[in-house]
Design a protein around this ligand. Sequence first.
Ligand code: GPP
Ligand code: MG
Length: 281
Amino acid sequence: MTTSDVLRTDYQRSIAKYWDEERDPVNLRLGDVDGFYHHHYGIGEVDVSVLAGPEDARDERIIAELHRLESAQASLLLDHLGPVASTDSLLDAGSGRGGTSFLAHQRFGCRVDGVSISQTQVEFANAQAAKREVASKVRFHFRNMLETGLATGSRQGIWTNETTMYVDVFELYNEFARLLRFGGRYVNITGCYNDLTGGRSKAVSQIDERYTCSVHPRSRYFKALAENNLVPIAVVDLTAQTIPYWELRARSSVATGVEESFLAAYREGSFHYLLIAADKV
Ligand code: GPP
Ligand code: MG
């Protein structure tokens, strides 16, 4: 596909440019720990022993711990995909450098396609697939998740790991409903703002500004799912589980400055870290 087929708007071109140029140590140094490169945050209790012990190796220990929590997040997402056979196909919508896709292939042994509007990310992830010798099963494509070009009914599972804040979720779920077979599962992990607190808080606006994204209200996800024959089976509020990750990240050498906005938003209750799993009917 040509660039103009994939990138349809000035907004999409600006997002693609951001990710094409992104080389942030908070992502690359963490990925270097074991070769799974993530673009999402972490969950779970922090092992505080990483903060003790010899000063010189402390930063390395913190980075490994942040990475462990990010991998735990991806693992929880995969837990919610339900049974996946090695003959099934999955879609990672907004696949970044491929971390979650490789974990999925490792777990299920099945085909995984990832789509990203960043050609640099697609090349990076495909190089990882070749290095891992899984390129026949795990493939990344320069495609728009709103119009993947993949076959109708071809997917047993689809996930979005912190990518939905870049798109209209009604449009997105229309495409996912086309791709999923009957009984297929969609899993989403996202940050969303709290309808109850009344609109976008200052801290949420700072997150939007940092990534040039537009965090959706919680309600919008459920409306968009319902409109597209996607029936929720699990909703898990991960907010309390992600706060320790942000506290540790704020103390690390790879902090980017966005940590305080996430912590403020989560603590004041204007923002939630949510997992939603839904079945296609
Ligand atoms: C980036 O992950 C994730 C987003 C841009 C989506 C925003 C997420 C929300 C929950 C609102 P990353 O790993 O590239 O970000 P960072 O560089 O900050 O680690
Ligand atoms: Mg990151």
